[in-house]
Design a protein around this ligand. Structure first.
Ligand code: K2U
Ligand code: ZN
Length: 172
């Protein structure tokens, strides 16, 4: 397993729409392993393949409370089937937008469907952090970032900050 470098804004890769996984190959299994290791190392509770530069529709999540009861999830071609009218506000962060947190409103409960690494199709209901996380990750697969839900002023401010940092990095 390998910890892979994270793609950070303003990298335009993060705006790609990722391609469906056609077949669960050994490469896909290796990618899932690397995504889990990268996610735990970050640390994060979710990670989309595009965040390590691979535009395929696969995400990993683990919203378990403590390290000794890890419950890793690998979601292949995940999709939201239903979302509640009721909304919930959660202070979100993103491993591709380091050290930036803002409140985002999303549906409180969702039903989602995905394929697991064994090829089984699973439908699952979620609320709380899992609901927020799966919506955040599926957004990544569609090139959507949580800053897209903020005001233009806030979004432009954070993008400008990371563009300046990237320029300094390039010039260093
Ligand atoms: O996709 C990612 O960038 C990982 C996200 C997943 C996430 C974002 C918002 C809300 C829940 C999950 C996070 O950076 S993982 C770090 C984290 C952990 C707990 C709560 C919020 C953020
Ligand atoms: Zn994110």
């Amino acid at each position: 397993m390998t910890i892979r470098p994270l793609v950070i804004i303003p990298d335009s890769k993060l705006r790609l729409v990722s391609e469906p996984v056609q077949e669960i190959t050994s490469e896909i299994r290796r990618l899932a392993d690397d995504m889990l290791e990268t996610m735990y190392d970050a640390p994060g509770v979710g990670l989309a393949a595009i965040q390590i530069g691979i535009p395929v529709r696969m995400v990993t999540m683990d919203v378990s409370k403590t390290e000794d009861e890890r419950q890793p999830m690998v979601l292949i071609n995940p999709e939201i089937l239903w979302a509640s009218e009721e909304k919930r506000v959660y202070e979100e962060g993103c491993l591709s937008i380091p050290e930036y947190y803002e409140e985002v409103e999303r549906p409180d409960r969702v039903r989602f469907r995905y394929m697991n690494l064994e090829g089984a199709t699973i439908e699952q209901d979620a609320d709380g952090l899992l609901a927020t996380c799966v919506q955040h990750e599926i957004d990544h697969l569609n090139g959507v970032l949580f800053i897209d839900y903020l005001s233009k002023l806030k979004r432009d401010r954070v993008v400008t900050k990371f563009k300046k940092a990237a320029k300094r990095e390039a010039g260093a």
